[in-house]
Design a protein around this ligand. Sequence first.
Ligand SMILES: [Zn+2]
Length: 498
Amino acid sequence: MSSFTKLRKYIDIGANLTDLMYTGVYNGTKKHDNDLEHVLERSWKFGLEKIIITAGNYEESKKALELANKDDRLYSTVGCHPTRCLEFEKEKSPTEYLDQLRKVIENGKSKVVAIGECGLDYDRVQFCPIDIQKKYFELQLSLSQEFKLPLFLHCRNAADDLYSILSKYKLHGVVHSFDGTIEEAMRFIELGYYIGLNGCSLKTKENLETVASLPSDKILLETDCPWCEIRPSHAGYQYILKEHQCVSTKKEKWRADSMVKSRNEPSNIRQVFDVVSKMRSEDPDTLSNIIYENTLHLFHNQTERNASSKQTEKTSPAASSGKKIQHPSPVKPGVSYSSVAKGQLSATQQEKASPAKAEQEEKTPEKTLKKKGKATQQKSEPEPKRNPTGTIKRIPSFSGKKDAAKSQKTDGEGKGKQKTAKIAIPNTSSKAEKRPAPESFVSRDDSPTSMQDTISCYKFIQRAARQAAEGMRKLNELKCPLQKLEFLMELAQSIFGP
Ligand SMILES: [Zn+2]
């Protein structure tokens, strides 16, 4: 048997292509030319059929759509990451911020395929307090409801709360970068959600056990690039096929035809598939097809959604705000990837010390440590079951030309019917009603939320200590001093970030 596998087709459901690393900028320093075009060339060459560009706030939502408009195979999300939810109260009112997001979705038509990434992150409450995260996560659910778009969900150390909020509504989507337990995964699945796997889902033995037990018709793949690469110190690394262990160059010695060391990119989705596939009993080709179909199934019928969103717009609670909407800049035909990226550069430079910038760190390998031994409380109340009602229509632009139609699923994910629960828009439209800044939040140390934050910090330290201890054990097994040094550097980076 040949050691080379045939080229499979992939869809990366989570690629942060608006990140400055693809313009050659790392931690504010320019290291090489913008190479997004080369990154994308490699992606298409190695089997990517489509890529969904993840957005983490309003500005990124605009940029992601702008990029997506450059290529038929690119799509984007619109939403605000939990660590950035203070933006809802920063310059405009929450309803105005929501209106801005809504406008991007309307401008995006069939290009915007999900709301997100949004969710809860209790490992980084220093950037946004829990109560604010919850409030604006729930607010964004109204966009999913209004446009009938799936949710691209972020969940860090917050599975119970995420579950309890989601269980109030009949929505659907994917919990991306999943690194929780199988019990947590099954609860989301029973609620109608898919599980998104990337390198951060494959770091530990426990992670791999979870991956082995997931139902294959609920798995989606992503890279979360430029973050979440699979590193040699990760439990999953050994299962990457040799031909997919790509040669990369240090950013200082960048070459257009080479990947950059420690910067993940969509073509590495092959590595994610290798590890996931190794953990499971299915034939790899069958599994690959199932995952591809799952992805189309979740994201494919946006035209139908957008059409009906026009009808629901008038009655939706969010749409009734009547606020004047500021349109994002229209996408100019012929704008290159590099020019889009340059725009981001100036925007991001301004944000250097902001939570948005810090959120990049959120995606660094340190997350690895945090995920282990996650405390999960099983709830005893019965979980709501989905009632499959949707008829599935395929969108030619997303579903692909030849192969996808045959593989459409028809079992439904509760997509068809208008959901019954309505999301309430918080009454915070006037500036005077703005929430206190994080500093004042910190001082409210007698509040239940502060208590929760303290517990989150405590859990984080515990997990970091566990990962360090495990790393030291592995270190002792290494003989070569150079290997030891390399391993130590990776371990430190994994804990503290690059
Ligand atoms: Zn995330």
